[in-house]
Ligand binder design. Structure first.
Ligand SMILES: NC(=O)c1ccc[n+]([C@@H]2O[C@H](COP(=O)([O-])OP(=O)(O)OC[C@H]3O[C@@H](n4cnc5c(N)ncnc54)[C@H](OP(=O)(O)O)[C@@H]3O)[C@@H](O)[C@H]2O)c1
Length: 249
């Protein structure tokens, strides 16, 4: 015969479990978990140059429908062909309409205009991965100083794309080695920064899906460290990234 205390505990546990299940059913699931299959998520790149082309190709080869975009989509035929049957090309407007998840991979000076033209639609997306960086050589040192004075790339992107669920990622992993790094058995770490929990979880799942291991460094304010030339830049293991991130503020 079971001990009365054990029986009481078992009944209480069952009640708690039932209450927990009811509560869980009422809690909203993160955006990515609502998708029946993460591979069904449609991914678009705004910017299909070296980095946007390489990242979009990894997602297309991982099974996602991908739309590469350009102001001249007719020039993307070679990229689309090499990315395989899941890939197609369109205008920036087409891509924003098509996507569940947008990769923003443009010169940082273009982000303001993209925000003005597509900000309302981008704010409806499950996730915007901001891969873009201010760069002194390309954009001018005055521009880089202005971005840094305003809090750095993460906070400035959030200001230029109001309401968008932004996660910075892949900012300092070179396009030329992305495909090789994606298949390394010792996973290459990807430092990420974001404020929206659901978007961060979705970004983490997508990053793992293409062969990397995400390391959350902090909120968007930490996005200023996710640019080339900082200690987090380049190829690191997750342990190295965590150690470096622990020294940053
Ligand atoms: N290259 C890398 O290894 C690397 C690594 C990490 C991060 N990043 C960052 O990724 C971003 C892109 O670098 P990239 O090397 O890929 O440059 P890229 O090869 O020059 O490509 C830039 C892309 O941005 C698009 N673009 C430019 N202005 C635009 C606008 N106003 N509206 C829409 N699209 C626009 C261009 O599209 P069009 O066809 O319309 O001209 C082009 O496809 C930069 O911010 C860079 O710092 C680069």
């Amino acid at each position: 015969m079971s001990h009365p205390l054990t029986t009481d505990l078992a009944r209480r546990d069952l009640l708690l479990l039932a209450a927990g299940a009811g509560l869980a059913a009422m809690l909203p699931l993160p955006a990515w978990a609502q998708a029946a299959d993460i591979k069904s998520l449609k991914i678009a790149t705004i910017g299909s140059g070296r980095e946007g082309g390489a990242l979009g190709t990894l997602f297309a080869k991982a099974g996602h429908p991908v739309m590469f975009s350009s102001r001249h989509p007719e020039n993307l035929k070679e990229l689309v062909d090499s990315a395989g049957p899941n890939a197609k090309a369109g205008t920036v407007e087409d891509a924003v309409k098509f996507a569940d998840v947008v990769l923003l991979v443009v010169p940082y000076t273009a982000v303001e205009q993209i925000g003005k033209e597509n900000g309302a639609e981008l704010a409806k997306k499950k996730l915007v991965i901001d891969v873009s960086n201010p760069n002194g050589r390309r954009d001018g040192e005055d521009f880089v100083k202005k971005v840094n004075d305003e809090g750095g790339a993460g906070l400035v992107t959030a200001k230029l794309l109001p309401g968008a669920k932004i996660v910075r990622a892949f900012n300092a992993l070179g396009a030329g080695k992305l495909a090789d790094n994606a298949v390394k058995s010792d996973k290459v770490g990807v430092p990420i920064a974001g404020d929206d929990k659901g978007a961060v979880e979705l970004a983490e799942a997508l990053i793992r899906q293409i062969g990397f291991e995400p390391v959350l460094v902090g909120g968007l304010a930490m996005g200023k460290h996710l640019v080339p030339g900082t200690p987090l830049a380049g190829e690191h293991s997750t342990a190295e990234l965590k150690q470096i991130a622990s020294t940053l503020k």
